[in-house]
Design a protein around this ligand. Structure first.
Ligand code: ADP
Ligand code: ZN
Length: 731
């Protein structure tokens, strides 16, 4: 059998998965060929499989370096439950325990051994020298960004790993991380001294996480309302200060929630206990500072809420990334206030280090822009990390809102000319005051004379601020770095001023009420009551084994059980996550629960409705689940034969909004693009897109094609092709 086929067999047999995800297959092939590699994959992407499957195919042992002792046990337990011989070595174990493990190593009984970096290379290289006597097949370095000072989690112990290749020049090393930026990547490769490493990149899009930004005004009410609606779910609430984590946790407990505080100032045993309770679902909500979370492997974190503004996008993305590792729909909610920006500005001042201060302030400003602009949140985030994304994701607050764009060229020209006349020396608020003709004393007398003073009276202050933020996000204006983010003109600004470029901005946003109730759209709806019963059963089994529940089976697997109602072992094997060992151990218990449920309701099995994972659409762009039900209404009207114009009239929506709804279904594969736009037009738009690109938006395409082609048609086709082009390169 070809080695990759063997790898697939192992994936099914031990892990219970039908097929590889992202580029797991290529990565594994590279490892099996004995080469070094660096894997950049977002949290929840499935990095572990990349070394665990090869470990099963190699004769010797795979050494996994991991920074967190607390996590090793869970990882090892999870492997053992899949029937894989694994162990960990760390300072919490007694000598006897450690010797026992070393004897297992000696007799080649272990497939994987987890160690901390200092255990591997410290103590005068004693352990590494011992290892040379055994048969080591592979080194896997998890959380590899910890080696880089550029990263946010630098761990000096990781620097020792630079020695690894000297000790074992011929053993392949695979480094893995979810940290994306180029600087860190370069650093990892250099410090680890990898030999002709192949770098595997993936899209960092977390398609199952929905992003919401909400005004931080009376937010406690909204927060508790949300938590009440999600009582069964686990989640993390991030606060800025230690004191506020404790205050909020106490308040939530008083209000009847299962919550606990976590921060670095608490005693170690308390922290560990809290973390363990969270992992084991005994505490549902952790209210924490950012000290909480690195390496939190819990796969069923359903929501991450920021009640204070994160300091930068990197942090925000990492924290929100702790939600939804199991691939099920999860939510990231941030309560935003401009006051938080001011507060954080204060923290960003690094004494005697103006350069550092400037970087921190710039990052903070980008964070504020993210919250205040009205472009798709996902697009903003991915662009920030250097990735392209269509304008519409269908799973963030901006995409789930009805927003109306309008030709704002004239308005933008007013703003730009005010910036010019103020000699590019003032920030947003001052420029807005000028535009609105503010009589405030803060306004210099000479500025009251300039031509644009008062030219934008008819527009409210907040509205102006948002327009200008949007102009910055869209590149029509630049903002200086540093403590005073003054507005600056750039090439694009001049093109607008000269009338060479039009500006489209979002006029008004009305939130779709239904948006937040959106539920994961499932091919086959699941039986909720059974799902809850299965969770109970899982908890019981987890207690017996004393492991966290998600180690037994993920929520995603339980959801499949509750959807497809497998009736026998054969059918059970088709459910994702059931390998042969788990089947033997737990199969009967789950089958009985499902069988009883089906009998009492006269339901029969639905496994024939389950398509193998590969056939299900899986892609970075697809809003995997869900659209707001309002999109669905549009879709249904469309499928019933109504035209876009008719639907817009009937639903009192703009044509653009209706087109946006339908475009989402085109991207998710539910609606054939040909049913929306004539084939002949698709071809022509596609050709123009290929010729002109869409880096500057779709306006150039529209101009080239003329009046017969609407913006909506062009946008739909462009997004569709971008989507498929991306899709192919990721899978
Ligand atoms: P990461 O370390 O990249 O954050 P994990 O390795 O913990 O992610 O994997 C995340 C989840 O995805 C786990 O529950 C894992 O078992 C699951 N998973 C990994 N690979 C696959 C696959 N090919 N098919 C289905 N599920 C997978
Ligand atoms: Zn979006």
């Amino acid at each position: 059998m070809h080695s990759i086929d063997k790898a697939k067999t192992i994936l099914k047999q031990y892990f219970g998965y039908d097929s590889f995800r992202h580029n797991q297959e290529e990565i594994i092939q590279n490892v099996l060929a004995g080469n070094d590699g660096l894997v950049l994959m977002p949290t929840g992407g499935g990095k572990s499989v990349c070394y665990q499957v090869p470990a099963m195919l190699f004769d010797g042992v795979t050494i996994v370096v991991s920074p967190l002792i607390a996590l090793m046990k869970d990882q090892v337990d999870a492997l053992r439950l899949n029937g894989i011989e694994a162990a960990f070595l760390n300072s919490t174990q007694s000598n006897t325990e450690q010797n026992f493990i070393i004897s297992k190593l000696q007799s080649n009984q272990l497939k994987l051994l987890y160690v901390a970096p200092e255990r591997l290379l410290g103590e005068g290289s004693m352990f590494i020298n011992t290892l040379k006597r055994f048969s080591v097949s592979l080194f896997a370095i998890d959380e590899a960004h910890c080696i880089s000072q550029w990263g946010h989690d630098f761990r000096p112990e990781y620097l020792q790993l630079g020695e690894l290749k000297k000790h074992f020049p011929n053993i392949p090393v695979i480094a893995l991380t979810a940290t994306a930026d180029k600087l860190t990547e370069k650093d990892i490769l250099e410090k680890l001294q990898l030999h002709q490493p192949k770098v595997f990149e993936n899209s960092f899009n977390r398609e199952n996480i929905f992003y919401f930004i909400k005004p931080k005004y009376n937010y406690h009410f909204e927060l508790t309302q949300y938590l009440r609606q999600h009582k069964e779910d686990s989640g993390i609430i991030y606060c800025l200060s230690r004191a506020s984590t404790e205050a909020l946790a106490a308040q939530l407990v008083e209000e009847g929630f299962s919550a606990a505080a976590y921060h670095a100032g608490l005693e170690r045993n308390i922290r560990e206990e809290t973390q363990n309770k969270f992992l084991r679902d005994e505490v549902k909500i952790i209210v924490a500072t950012i000290a909480f979370g690195m390496g939190i492997n819990k796969s069923n974190v359903r929501f991450v809420i920021h009640v204070d503004l994160p300091k930068n996008i990197e942090g925000y993305y990492q924290e929100t990334g702790r939600a939804g590792r199991d691939g099920l729909k999860s939510e990231a909610i941030l309560f935003y206030s401009a006051g938080d920006v001011m507060k954080l500005k204060h923290f960003a001042q690094v004494e005697n280090n103006p350069a550092q201060t400037e970087i921190l302030l710039k990052k903070l400003n980008q964070m504020a822009n993210f919250c205040e602009s009205s472009i798709c949140r996902r697009k903003y985030l991915l662009n920030y990390f250097g990735e392209q994304h269509p304008d519409y994701c269908g799973s963030c607050d901006t995409c789930l809102s009805n927003y109306e764009k309008f030709d704002a060229t004239e308005l933008a020209q007013k703003a730009l000319s005010a910036v010019a006349r103020l000699n590019e020396s003032f920030g947003i608020n001052y420029v807005v005051d000028i535009l609105r003709g503010s009589a405030s004393e803060k306004i210099k007398e000479i500025h009251k004379q300039i031509k644009t003073y008062g030219s934008g009276k008819d527009i409210g202050k907040e509205q102006w601020v948002r327009y200008i933020r949007d102009m910055v996000s869209l590149g029509y204006l630049s903002q200086a770095d540093g403590l005073y983010p003054v507005l600056k003109l750039n090439d694009k600004s001049w093109r607008v001023l000269k009338g060479e470029e039009k500006v489209m901005l979002v006029k008004s946003i009305t939130y779709k009420k239904e948006a937040e109730k959106t539920l994961a759209e499932e091919a086959v709806p699941h039986e909720e009551e059974l799902f809850q019963q299965l969770k109970q059963l899982r908890l019981q089994l987890a207690l017996e084994e004393s492991v966290p529940a998600y180690v037994i089976l993920s929520d995603a697997s339980l959801l499949e059980l509750a959807s497809y109602l497998p009736q026998n072992e054969n059918e059970l094997l088709q459910v994702s996550g059931f390998g042969s060992v788990k089947l033997a151990k737990y199969g009967k218990a789950f089958l009985k629960e499902i069988g009883d449920y089906c009998k009492s309701r006269q339901l029969s099995g639905r496994i024939h409705l389950r398509k193998p994972k590969r056939l299900r659409k899986e892609s970075p762009e697809k809003p995997a689940m869900v659209k707001g039900s309002t999109d669905r209404v549009t879709l249904e009207l469309f499928l019933s034969g109504k035209s876009v114009q008719e639907i817009a009239a009937e639903r009192k929506l703009t044509i653009g909004t209706v087109e946006n709804h339908l475009a989402g279904f085109v991207n998710s594969g539910e609606l054939k693009i040909e049913s929306l736009i004539p084939k002949s037009k698709i071809e022509i738009i596609k050709n123009k897109y290929e010729e002109l690109g869409a880096e500057l938006g779709i306006k150039p395409i529209k101009e080239a094609l003329g009046d017969d082609y609407s913006y909506g048609e062009i946008r739909t086709v462009v997004n569709y092709y971008r989507f498929w082009a991306n899709n192919n390169s990721y899978n």
